[in-house]
Design a protein around this ligand. Structure first.
Ligand SMILES: [Zn+2]
Length: 430
C-alpha cells in the first residue's frame, strides 16, 4: 500500500518531513517525497495527517483494565504497601481465565486507540498462573498489537505460587513466542522475593536467554526492607544474583540515587519511568535527570502513552528541568530502542527497512509544524483524540477510528459483566 501526502515525524533526533511511504510485507519498503502508485496498489491520501512511529508502553499491567471505578477498600490504605495489600493483591487473586482474557482485550483496544502499537506487560493472576501468558497473548494478537509479556514471580503466594510463576515465564518463552509477541522473566519487587526466588529468576533468565522485568525502589519500603535484610541496595541485590544485565527492565526506580541509576545503566539495564502512577501512589519523584536509557510506562493507570508523555513533561518542568521537552522525546525514543533490542527490528524510524508499525493522526494544526517545534506539538497539541488509524506489521489495527480485530461494543458489554464478577470475588477476599 502507499501512504501519500502526510507529514512524517521521528523522535530521535526530532524530525518532521513531508514524504510518502510504501508498505509491503509488514515493512516500510520506500520513503520519498512523491511516490507514484504502482498498478493495483492501495493508495491512501493522508494530506492533513501526521504519521508517528507506533508508541511503545514500556511498563503496564493489563490485568488492571477492569479496575476502573471499582469500589475502594473498606479501610483506606495508609502506605504504599497497604495499597498493594488492600487493592492490587486482592484484584489479581480475583482474576480467572476469562477475566485475564477480557482485561487484556480491553487494555489492548485502549492501547491501540491511543496510538500504542507495542506494550511491555507485567502480568499477575495467582489463581490462574499456568497458561495465563498465552491468554494475554491471544487477546493482544486478536487486537493486533505487539507485546513483550512476563509473569510476576513473588513469594507472597507461597512456594507453590512462586514455582508456578517461574515455570510460566519459561514455558511461555519456550513454546509461545511469535512475530508479534516475545517473553521476558517477570518478578514483583525485591521486598516480596526470597533468596530462593532470586536464584530461580536467575536460572529462568539463563535458561531462556532473556532478561528480567521487575519493580525497583518504587516506594521507600522496598529499599528499607532490602537494607534491613541483606545490608545492600535493591540494584546491588539484583546484581549479586546476576540479574542486572543487558535488556533488564527496572520499573519506577523512584528511590534509587543517581549513582545507582548510573551503575544499573553501565550493566545494560533500562528504566521505565511511570510519572502518573508515582503521583497517584505518592511514592516520590524519580531521579529522571540521571536516566540515560529510559522509556515511558503507564503502569496500568490507562494505556494512553501520549497522556503519560504530557504528565512526564509537566512533572519535569515543575521539578525545574529546563530540558524537559527534549528529555520526554528521549523517553519516547527510548521505548523504540528498548523494543528494538527485544525484537531485533528497527522501531522508531519511518524509513525503508523499518517495521510498518505506525500511527496516523488527523492533525492539521492552527500553527506551523516542523522539526524545530515537534516537541511543542506533541506536548501541547497532540492527544489520542487525533488518532485516526494504526498499523502494526503493515496490518490495520485501527482504521478510521474503528478497531478491526475486535467488536468494541460487544467487548465492553462483556467486560462490564466480567468486571462485576471480579469485584464480587474481591469483596469475598477482603
Ligand atoms: Zn508496575
Amino acid at each position: 500500500m502507499l501512504l501519500k501526502g502526510a507529514s512524517l515525524a521521528a523522535f530521535d533526533p526530532p524530525l518532521v518531513e513531508r514524504a510518502d511511504l510504501r508498505i509491503e510485507g509488514g515493512r516500510i519498503v520506500e520513503r520519498r517525497p512523491a511516490l507514484a502508485p504502482a498498478d493495483g496498489e492501495e493508495v491512501h491520501d493522508l494530506s492533513g495527517h501526521l504519521i508517528l512511529p507506533g508508541l511503545v508502553n514500556a511498563h503496564t499491567h493489563l490485568y488492571s483494565a477492569l479496575a476502573r471505578g471499582m469500589p475502594g477498600p473498606a479501610s483506606p490504605p495508609r502506605s504504599f504497601v497497604e495499597v498493594l495489600e488492600r487493592v492490587w493483591w486482592r484484584l489479581d487473586r480475583a482474576l480467572d481465565e476469562e477475566a485475564v482474557r477480557v482485561s487484556a482485550l480491553v487494555g489492548g483496544t485502549e492501547a491501540a486507540l491511543s496510538g500504542t502499537t507495542l506494550l511491555l506487560d507485567h502480568h499477575s493472576s495467582p489463581t490462574f498462573i499456568r497458561g495465563s501468558l498465552l491468554a494475554v497473548r491471544g487477546a493482544l494478537e486478536e487486537v493486533g498489537l505487539r507485546s513483550v509479556l512476563c509473569y510476576e514471580v513473588t513469594d507472597r503466594n507461597g512456594e507453590g505460587g512462586r514455582r508456578e510463576g517461574l515455570e510460566e515465564n519459561v514455558a511461555f518463552q519456550v513454546a509461545h513466542q511469535s512475530d508479534l509477541t516475545r517473553g521476558m522473566v517477570g518478578a514483583h519487587a525485591s521486598f516480596t522475593l526470597s533468596e530462593e526466588a532470586m536464584a530461580g529468576l536467575a536460572d529462568a533468565v539463563q535458561r531462556t536467554g532473556s532478561s528480567l522485568h521487575i519493580h525497583v525502589a518504587e516506594d521507600r519500603a522496598d529499599v528499607e526492607a532490602c537494607r534491613a535484610r541483606y545490608g545492600e541496595g535493591v540494584a546491588d541485590r539484583l546484581h549479586r544474583h546476576g540479574l542486572l544485565i543487558a535488556r533488564t527492565l527496572l520499573a519506577h526506580c523512584v528511590h534509587l540515587d543517581a549513582g545507582e541509576v548510573e551503575s544499573a545503566h553501565a550493566r545494560g539495564a533500562w528504566i521505565a519511568h511511570n510519572p502518573r502512577s508515582n503521583q497517584n501512589n505518592a511514592v516520590g519523584y524519580a531521579p529522571t535527570a540521571a536516566i540515560r536509557r529510559g522509556a515511558l510506562g503507564t503502569d496500568g493507570i490507562d494505556q494512553d502513552l501520549l497522556a503519560e508523555a504530557r504528565a512526564a513533561f509537566l512533572h519535569m518542568r515543575e521539578a525545574g528541568r529546563a530540558d524537559a521537552a527534549e528529555a520526554v522525546l528521549g523517553l519516547l525514543a527510548g521505548g523504540h530502542r528498548l523494543a528494538s533490542a527485544l525484537f531485533g527490528l528497527p522501531f522508531g524510524k519511518l524509513d525503508a527497512g523499518g517495521p510498518a508499525d505506525l500511527v496516523i493522526l488527523q492533525y492539521d494544526p492552527p500553527t506551523a509544524l516542523h522539526t524545530g517545534n515537534l516537541a511543542g506539538h506533541l506536548l501541547f497539541g497532540v492527544d489520542r483524540s487525533h488518532v485516526r488509524s494504526v498499523l502494526v506489521a503493515g496490518r490495520w489495527v485501527v482504521r478510521d477510528r474503528r478497531l478491526l480485530g475486535v467488536e468494541a461494543e460487544a467487548l465492553w458489554a462483556r467486560a462490564r459483566t466480567v468486571a462485576s464478577a471480579v469485584w464480587e470475588r474481591m469483596d469475598a477476599l477482603a
